[in-house]
Design a protein around this ligand. Sequence first.
Ligand SMILES: C[S@@+](CC[C@H](N)C(=O)[O-])C[C@H]1O[C@@H](n2cnc3c(N)ncnc32)[C@H](O)[C@@H]1O
Length: 190
Amino acid sequence: MQLTERAQGAVHAALRPGDLAIDATAGNGHDTLFLARAVGREGRVWAFDLQDSAMAATRRRLDAEGIGTVRLVAGDHVRLLAELSREAKDRAGAIMFNLGYLPGGDKSVTTSAASTRAALPLALKLLRPGGVMTILAYPGHAAGAEESAVVDEFRDGLSTSLYRAELVAGPPGRTPSPRLTIIQRSLSQE
Ligand SMILES: C[S@@+](CC[C@H](N)C(=O)[O-])C[C@H]1O[C@@H](n2cnc3c(N)ncnc32)[C@H](O)[C@@H]1O
């Protein structure tokens, strides 16, 4: 199973109809479409990306499926998550990060160790009890390895009584392989 599917599986198990869900790196919109379907008509999805071209690609994907309810916002997810945390703290059923650059797009526009270090704690504040956050990282090049180490440090620093955190390694053959982090906020905080 691909790590993208594994991430979606973990999110699907946690989401409830009517939930708020956030795609922090919309890219070509695969995860955004998945989230929109998972939360249903009563739910809300926010999708962020730095690039207008990614927003356009995501919009086309949603339009093709007749989904018009997703809030697409072009901008830095660090700023957007900080803004959202003022109105939606403890409200999100799922938050998805797929780090790196837009496949088929400008490889110079990419998440970084610095932006990810800032974004992850902001996103965590948005998670409701029982909610899930997924972070897919690609340590196959120098900047990706540095960013992946930031994710590892963040995950390993979480309180084990407040969060259940899991690391899933990608398939063998790609060295080093992509790494999926799945974080679930404890239900006991409800
Ligand atoms: C690997 S792609 C996401 C793929 C996407 N999940 C999909 O299903 O197609 C990473 C995306 O993150 C975006 N990005 C990079 N840094 C960002 C930031 N600071 N804030 C928001 N988006 C960012 C890039 O523009 C790129 O489209």
